[in-house]
Design a protein around this ligand. Sequence first.
Ligand code: AMP
Length: 120
Amino acid sequence: MYDPDNIFAKILRGEIPCKKVYEDDHVLAFDDVNPQAPVHVLVIPKGAYVSLDDFAAKASDGEIAALFRAAGKIARDLGAAEKGYRILANTGADGGQEVPHFHIHIFAGRPLGRMVARPE
Ligand code: AMP
């Protein structure tokens, strides 16, 4: 069940601020408040979807296309396409998802290391 009080829902309603990077009819993107790389942007659908699982099952083709086109455009416009970048969508408890509104992280601006850290 989607929680309308999650922090990204509040950002979408304008109840709390964000540093906006991109917006269109279906998508909002903004800087992560706790960046893990020189570029760390969150790309979110405007629709109320909990996770990638929810988004893939319920979003329209237009919403899905808009999100991925926006992510590619944002990375390119930020100058990340040439040297490379990483997108990430933490999903559910084992995925480490903290905010229950679907989002894609874009990381860039330094070599990003291993895809997944091994357990200690
Ligand atoms: P995840 O673990 O994939 O759910 O990531 C949630 C991300 O949201 C984390 O990287 C947080 O730093 C980020 N975050 C939490 N609150 C805010 C906020 N108000 N504005 C921007 N980013 C946020």
